[in-house]
Design a protein around this ligand. Structure first.
Ligand SMILES: [Zn+2]
Length: 254
């Protein structure tokens, strides 16, 4: 069988805040089946899975156990990787968002977006619960109190970086409308359009200063990169994307 082309498949990466559940196994087995089938058909397949390891929840869990966040995520990532091995999953890379190559690229991506004007420094305003170190919106409050601990909250302001998501709304709507295959099934496409894009995108807060367990912003080290911006780039960092234009041959290939 000749090479039918390149095929890159990823799973969502599992969040390490707790023990894995059956859903993690379900997704990885489905993805593995697809990859094995594609290889059999003659595709050049690259298959990536892994773990999403930063963020406040992991830091809190580690604190509660009296260990470092790294010790905590090492343990959970080990269990998740162990499941992949015992299910004989044919992945090419098991990426962890604490891997050095990933962390370095996230820092470069954040800086590049800042340099290009897509990320700006502003401030985040909301109702703040001091013991929980959490911001809440008015609508999240329960009887005017913190929804997690029930204590009093007070209005507060925190310096943060924001991503200009609003700038991309028109381009996304146009692309999704002209590429019906881009989001499948159609019910998910409608959900994305009707609930997020058409009502208008708000700029997204992409840094945190209230905890430490994240990737530091290189040019402003009291900030760590918001975990979603960090984690979602794994699909490109894991195959060698480089923000300075020196991406690997593997990245270009897939
Ligand atoms: Zn609270």
């Amino acid at each position: 069988m000749g090479n039918k082309g390149n095929y890159y498949l990823t799973t969502a990466i599992a969040y390490t805040s707790g023990k894995p559940h059956i859903g993690n196994s379900y997704e990885i087995v489905m993805a593995d089946a697809i990859c094995r089938f594609k290889r059999q058909q003659g595709y050049d397949v690259r298959f990536q899975t892994g773990t999403d390891e930063h963020g406040q929840k992991n830091e809190e869990k580690a604190n509660a156990l009296g260990i470092t966040p790294k010790e905590f995520v090492d343990k959970i990532a080990g269990i998740i990787k162990g499941i992949c091995v015992s299910l004989n999953v044919s992945y090419d890379r098991f990426i962890r968002t604490t891997d050095e190559d990933h962390e370095k690229q996230v820092q470069k991506i954040f800086k590049k977006m800042y340099d290009k004007g897509d990320i700006y420094k502003g401030s985040y305003e909301g109702m703040y619960c001091t013991p929980c170190e959490s911001f809440w919106t008015e609508s999240q409050l329960v009887n005017g109190k913190c929804p997690d601990c029930g204590r009093e909250v007070k209005p507060a302001k925190e310096e943060a970086y924001f991503f200009k998501m609003s700038k991309y709304a028109d381009r996304l709507i146009e692309y999704i409308n002209t590429h019906p295959e881009f989001i499948q099934p159609v019910s998910r496409k409608n959900e994305m359009m009707n609930n997020f894009l058409l009502p208008g995108l708000k700029d997204l807060c992409v840094s945190r200063t209230s905890f430490k367990w994240g990737i530091p912003v290189t040019f402003d080290e009291k900030h760590v990169v918001y975990v979603w911006l960090d984690a979602l780039t794994n699909y490109i960092t894991g195959i060698g994307y480089d923000a300075d234009g020196n991406s690997s041959d593997m990245y270009k290939k897939y």
